[in-house]
Ligand binder design. Structure first.
Ligand SMILES: C[S@@+](CC[C@H](N)C(=O)[O-])C[C@H]1O[C@@H](n2cnc3c(N)ncnc32)[C@H](O)[C@@H]1O
Length: 241
């Protein structure tokens, strides 16, 4: 990658950080409205899949307002340490306003440079954020490799993300809904045009469940499986280091 490309990528990342820093106050409400509350069930399902296994060091990356980290905390055996990281300080500030957050260790960090030694965690989760680290295939792989690096051998990676329905008709309906609803409703409630223009543009472009599984393998993971939810508009991927 030449210097100009590196600068462009880092300014894209800075743009994304600014976008998320505009919306923490209304972020959860907009998600719940746009998904008719289903995002709550999807995160919970992903957390239930994630907790199946051993180990007491758990981490939710790109944690936003900490909803997924909070499920991990609720499901965790007593002596588990639950961490959450995000590069947007306002998002973390919003998470810290919740009283449950006192049991979670929050860290401001870019996913590409997590401040932990190799082989630290037994579990890393990411919910509705892999689309945001998919600046291009190379950057995406780099972020997934960073997750792989901080996991112990045998550690689990669980991602819940919007996906592409297999049925062309359902895919069309889904993309039409995204185009017609996400931008206006998101903007109306949050007051941020850029955030929901950006978010609505990332959903139709994201990979199918099979393609994402292949990329996870390329990042060095094995035992990659996935489960489609609601005709495949969302998918939960699980992999092992
Ligand atoms: C769509 S939100 C998802 C938040 C939360 N995980 C959820 O389930 O709703 C994406 C989050 O990823 C964070 N994010 C995006 N790119 C990041 C990066 N490179 N490093 C760290 N956090 C990042 C954003 O600040 C934002 O809080």
């Amino acid at each position: 990658m030449n210097r100009a490309t590196t600068i462009k990528k880092s300014s894209m990342q800075e743009g994304i950080r600014k976008i998320f820093s505009e919306v923490p106050e209304t972020y959860e409400l907009v998600n719940h409205i746009l998904t008719f509350g289903m995002d709550i069930l999807w995160r919970k399902k992903a957390a239930q899949i994630a907790i199946e296994g051993n180990g007491k060091m758990w981490m939710d990356v790109c944690s936003g307002t900490g909803e997924m980290a909070d499920y991990l905390r609720r499901f965790a055996p007593g002596d588990t340490r639950v961490f959450a990281s995000d590069f947007s300080f306002p998002m973390i500030q919003k998470a810290l306003q919740k009283k449950e957050s006192s049991e979670i260790i929050f860290i401001v960090s870019d996913i590409n440079a997590l401040p932990f030694p190799d082989n630290t965690f037994d579990l890393v989760t990411i919910s509705f954020a892999v689309r945001n680290i998919n600046l291009d295939r190379e950057k995406f792989l780099q972020a997934l490799k960073e997750i792989n690096r901080i996991l112990k051998p045998g550690g689990r990676f669980v991602a819940v993300e919007t996906s592409q329905p297999k049925s062309e008709i359902i895919k069309k309906i889904f993309h039409t809904y995204i185009r017609l609803a996400v931008k206006p409703i998101g903007q109306l409630i949050s007051g941020s045009k850029s955030a929901y223009t950006y978010l609505s543009s990332t959903i139709p472009r994201f990979y199918s469940a099979e393609e994402f599984a292949e990329i996870i393998k390329q990042a060095g993971f094995g035992e990659v499986t996935f489960k489609r939810l609601l005709f495949g508009v969302t998918a939960i991927h699980k992999a092992v280091k």
